[in-house]
Design a protein around this ligand. Structure first.
Ligand code: ADP
Length: 403
């Protein structure tokens, strides 16, 4: 099955075409356009490019949609999905409107090709209310103000690949089936701890970052909340903040709400603390030269990662594998060492020689470490392509009476 993964920004369109055959995935082509004003025109152009390169068959289009409120999961991207994206655009203004428009454009341009939305919130569908409810009045909750979670594609991939690397093919298979069959398909899933349980803490550390606790392949909680503005300090977004800070800043600094929102999304996070950059490479270089604000930004980031790792470690009664993924997690051994510091008492010991290597899939734990420490490179487009193919194949199987 040839799956086109469409990555849509407000002024950009990037695509990758994969051939998915069971567990095998091959990248056939990729391309993209910047400074886009007419998404319909560039989609036509992309189709022409693909046809000229001999890729005439597109069996499905997959979209990594961010937030749709109550609408979540991996599902056909129909008009209800388009409406849900627009209805929650206030919480994901950079992503939801272009995805709604992109899905509509593909529907108009390629009506016979099925479209699939993989929501970033999908992996958190089964997080219990105790971990997703804020202590707000009931009316706020009814209005959709709750923790949703993001980076679901990446954390689900960690759940699947992590289980494979740890020799738990039973759990890897359950993760593969998760969006089709739901968690109840699992024979070993339970809310309590099982001897056979697999407890993974996944750290997606990149342009934006989150930590997720995963028990037996299913997320039990995440650092991300109502919007991608929450949890760990992000590159230029604030992360968790006391709700009292907003009215306080408005009064003391005489800021409008609009200005507060802008500063918290564009001028905060690692950039706001360091004053140097939103890129960890630049911040680390400045810190190494003695820049105190740059060092503080790194210290706050590492403190926040450890805070969330500790929360899930306790919640799950232990951790079989701590996983690092995405640009920062895959490429910065000094950061992994800092996150893992002084955890020997909990059974985690890093092997410094193994940790020195970057950017490859590997286990960094020392031989006597009870907790494994994995690097799993992220490839979110591939995840979208695979989940799209899984959904459509499951639907075809059901129609043909196989499932
Ligand atoms: P995005 O979230 O935008 O997809 P990434 O996952 O690539 O981005 O994460 C970007 C972050 O990863 C930046 O802070 C950058 O410093 C860091 N990063 C990416 N590649 C490297 C590298 N080779 N070495 C060190 N840090 C890197």
């Amino acid at each position: 099955m040839n799956v086109l993964v469409a990555n849509l920004g407000s002024t950009s369109f990037k695509y990758r075409l994969y051939a998915i055959d069971g567990a095998e995935a091959r990248l056939l082509a990729r391309g993209g356009f910047e400074r886009v004003t007419d998404h319909g025109a560039v989609i036509d152009q992309a189709m022409n490019e693909l046809a000229a390169a001999g890729h005439k068959t597109i069996d499905a289009v997959g979209f990594k949609t961010v937030l749709g409120g109550d609408i979540t999961g991996c599902l056909l991207a129909d008009e209800k999905v388009e409406q849900a994206l627009l209805a929650t655009a206030d919480l994901a203004p950079a992503h939801n409107p272009p995805y709604a428009a992109g899905i509509r454009t593909f529907r108009e341009r390629l009506p016979a090709v099925p479209r699939v939305a993989l929501f970033e919130t999908a992996f958190y569908q089964w997080v219990p209310p105790s971990a997703h409810r804020y202590a707000v009045p009931e009316e706020w909750y009814q209005a959709g103000i709750r923790r949703y979670g993001f980076h679901g594609a990446s954390h689900k991939f960690v759940a699947e690949r992590g289980a494979e690397l740890l020799g738990r093919d039973d759990i890897a298979q359950k993760v593969r089936d998760l969006y089709i069959a739901g968690p109840q398909s699992s024979g070993t899933l339970a809310s309590g701890l099982l001897a056979s349980g697999l407890r993974v803490i996944s750290c997606h550390l990149g342009g934006s970052s989150s930590v997720t606790g995963i028990r037996d392949g299913v997320a039990i909680g995440t650092s991300m909340g109502l919007s991608p503005q929450s949890g760990l300090p992000q590159n230029n977004r604030v992360g968790d903040l006391d709700s009292g800070a907003i009215p306080c800043a408005m009064r003391r600094l005489k800021l409008s709400l609009e200005n507060v929102e802008k500063q918290l999304t564009k001028e905060s996070g690692l950039l706001g603390i360091s004053g140097v950059s939103n890129d960890v490479r630049d911040i680390k270089a400045a810190a190494d030269k003695g820049d105190a604000r740059a060092q503080l930004a790194l210290d706050v980031f590492i403190h926040s990662i450890r805070h969330w790792v500790g929360a899930f470690w306790l919640e799950m009664g232990g951790c079989d594998a701590l996983v690092f993924t995405a640009g920062i997690g895959e490429n910065n051994s000094w950061l992994r060492a800092a996150v893992c510091e002084n955890l020997a008492g909990l059974g985690l010991v890093l092997d410094p020689a193994k940790n020195a290597a970057n950017a490859t899939e590997q286990n960094l734990a020392a031989a006597d470490s009870r907790t494994q420490v994995l690097v799993i490179p992220a490839n979110e487009e591939l995840v979208v392509a695979r989940e799209t193919a899984r959904l459509l194949q499951a639907k075809a199987g059901r129609v043909n009476g196989e499932g």
